[in-house]
Ligand binder design. Structure first.
Ligand code: ADP
Ligand code: MG
Length: 648
């Protein structure tokens, strides 16, 4: 024993503390194994063989004593260093094979190389080569369920050899096989020993143990005998000086994580689809609702702009005092020339609106009666379509003439009847129709502006409203004039004239800003609802990922035993969650755009898609994946490999 031991246990004990009373499973185990040895560990069931193997394979740590690999105490190594040791130094062969059921033979054998960062083609080539050498040439693409026990065990041997680890740990590798399968496996192990591998084999079959050069017997957690057999040992093991921590390179890990995530998602199609549905609904509603909100906003703004952006409206009633306007009677015809002569003002008209009944023949129609001045069409850019608007002369003479809006003309004078020259009744007074205005559409609040008629303010005041004062003045400023300067001037002159501020002035910019704010509030409300549904979707993702981690605990244990670091496992599950959200996000964007477009086609609403909501919704979905996937992924990464492996 002059040669330094490859593996050395000194006074190792292992006590399980789970379940109240501590249970001592190994006591004072001293064992040194040199490179190239073939050791069989024998003992009754429950004597502590597997516990010992787990410690040797760095899946478990001793409770007392020390275990060192190549002279390095494993107690001093962190999780990643231990994972690297498992990955590069040891190859595990389990009694129950522990293959991954949704990977085929080649893919199963490849897994340890994934964690070493070997590129896919090299991995595949090496796995194929190993499987061929083990006589599985015609079973490369078979899944574990399509393989016999012996074939599965050979796949697991190929996996153990994948990273060229010098030490093979086989815990009852023939335990689940018939005698023929058992013989084949032993022949392979002997061959590997011949090639220089260090082999540690657990068995309770003395025939199988006879293959080994050294037999260690264990009873009740203590070594009872340690005998070398006659045959010479294998020569100089191909120890590649493992234990390198050289991690896998990023792209290989990402590629593999994506592949595994896709596979696992494809495996549970319905579940994946349902999980995604939450994300899809969330993203689609953000995209569609924002587009509808934007469309509505644009509609409102355009309607306001259609009314003219260079208008000032002087409304009666002091600013910020509601319901007191009724008592203000100071907007008089005498104010009109005064307002019109304020510097910067191009034109001014009074406007008083009242809802009233209009009659023609047997037809009654409720319309807005507007008492205004002859400049109304110029102030509002709203020319007559037929006939004329009334003139200054009409105003002066209290003429009983009326100009109709499009809606009124269409309803009262169906196709073929010319409204011009007809008389309509407003109140009880007859009015001669002298013109029909062109169509203007809806007000910002959605009222029909064409359902109105216009009378000279003089006639309207005397015959319809019974009041001499006006409700509003509408002022058009001169082209190029500074709106706010004109507004300030008008304000101060009018205060002087009325000796009090019994009016307030609105400009279109204010109106647009107000409408914008209202629409934005609505849009944010919609967005908030959409974000809530995205969060609900995210919780769905987290829920399903937690289920997935629980379901795949054993798989996680296997992956850790063959070299996955905690990070690799975390990354794998995180990738899966992010992928669900990524695909859900893409589909959601498509559904949102489709939904928005069909809403606009069916309901006739205007929708406007902008990049921001789409990017934000998609980004939120992606973030949701990371945020809600992290907890389950961390749970997976923190699993104890031994406990995970023991899970069914
Ligand atoms: P063997 O492989 O020789 O059959 P094991 O090493 O698996 O025996 O188990 C040795 C003893 O340790 C058994 O009595 C078993 O019940 C106990 N044991 C194994 N694993 C645990 C554990 N995680 N917690 C508590 N006791 C355990
Ligand atoms: Mg066991």
């Amino acid at each position: 024993m002059s040669e330094p031991a490859l593996l050395e246990l000194k006074g190792v004990g292992r006590t399980y503390t789970s379940g109240g009373t501590p249970l001592t499973v190994l006591t004072d185990v001293n064992l040194a194994i040199r490179s190239g040895e073939f050791v069989a560990i024998m003992g009754a069931s429950g004597s502590g063989k597997s516990t010992l193997m787990n410690i040797v394979g760095c899946l478990d740590k001793p409770s007392s004593g020390a275990y060192s690999v190549r002279g390095v105490d494993v107690a001093s190594l962190g999780g990643d260093a231990l994972a690297a040791l498992r990955r590069d130094t040891f190859g595990f062969i389990f009694q129950r094979y522990n293959l991954m059921s949704d990977l085929n033979a080649v893919e199963n054998a490849e897994v340890p190389a994934v964690y070493r960062g070997l590129a896919k083609p090299e991995r595949q080539a090496h796995a194929t080569e190993l499987l061929r050498a083990l006589g599985l040439d015609d079973r490369l693409r078979h899944f574990p369920s399509q393989l016999s026990g012996g074939q599965q065990q050979r796949v697991s041997i190929a996996r153990a050899l994948m990273n060229g680890g010098p030490v093979i740990l086989a815990d009852e590798p023939t335990g689940a096989l018939d005698s023929q399968g058992g013989k084949e496996v032993m022949a392979i192990l002997e061959k590997l020993h011949g090639e220089g591998h260090t082999i540690i084999l657990v068995t309770h079959d003395s025939d199988i143990a006879a293959c080994a050069r050294r037999i260690v017997r264990i009873a009740d957690g203590r070594i009872t005998s340690d005998l070398e057999q006659g045959t010479p040992e294998g020569q100089g093991a191909p120890d590649r000086g493992g234990g390198k921590e050289a991690g896998p390179d990023g792209s290989a890990v990402l590629g593999e994580a994506l592949r595994m995530a896709l596979r696992s998602l494809a495996h549970n199609r319905l579940r994946t689809a349902l999980t995604m549905l939450g994300i899809i609904i969330g993203v689609a509603s953000v995209v569609a609702l924002m587009a509808i909100g934007n469309g509505a906003k644009q509609d409102v703004i355009e309607r306001i702009q259609a009314m003219g952006t260079d208008l000032l409206t002087v409304m009666r009633g002091p600013p910020n005092v509601r319901a007191s306007s009724a008592s203000v009677t100071s907007f008089l015809p005498e104010d009109l020339p005064f307002v019109a002569h304020v510097p910067g003002v191009a034109m001014a008209v009074p406007e008083t609106n009242l809802s009233s009944l209009l009659r023609f023949g047997d037809e009654d129609l409720t319309v807005t009666v507007v008492g205004t001045g002859e400049d109304f069409p110029s102030v509002h850019d709203w020319p007559p379509q037929a006939g004329v608007f009334f003139s200054a002369e009409h105003v002066r003479r209290y003429a009983q003439v009326v100009t109709l809006g499009q809606t009124v003309a269409k309803v009262l004078f169906p196709e073929g009847t010319d409204p011009l020259g007809q008389y309509v009744l407003i109140g009880n007074a007859p009015f001669l129709v002298i013109g029909v205005l062109s169509s203007k559409g809806l007000t910002p609040r959605g009222d029909d502006m064409d359902n109105a008629v216009w009378l000279p303010y003089t006639t309207a005041g005397a015959r319809v409203f019974g009041q001499r004062f006006f409700n509003n003045f509408v002022v058009r400023v001169q082209p190029g004039a500074d709106m706010s300067a004109v507004q300030t001037e008008l304000h101060s002159l009018l205060v002087k004239r009325h000796r009090k501020e019994d009016f307030n002035i609105r400009n279109m910019a204010d109106t647009i800003a107000t409408a914008n704010a209202t629409q934005d509030t609505l849009t944010y409300l919609l967005a908030a609802i959409a974000v809530i549904s995205l969060v609900v979707g995210g919780i769905g993702v987290m829920n399903i990922m937690l289920v997935s981690v629980t379901e795949r605990t054993r798989e996680i244990g296997i992956r850790m035993a063959i070299g996955a670091r905690g990070f690799d496992v975390l990354f794998q599950f995180l990738t899966e969650a992010v992928m669900v959200c990524f695909i859900g996000g893409l589909v959601g964007v498509a559904v949102g755009i489709g939904g928005g477009l069909s809403t606009s086609a069916i309901a006739g609403w205007r929708v406007i898609f902008t990049a921001a909501p789409i990017v934000i919704a998609f980004g939120c979905a992606f973030l949701t994946g990371i945020v809600f996937g992290y907890l389950p992924a961390r749970k997976a990464a923190r699993l104890d490999p031994i406990e995970a492996l023991a899970r069914d």
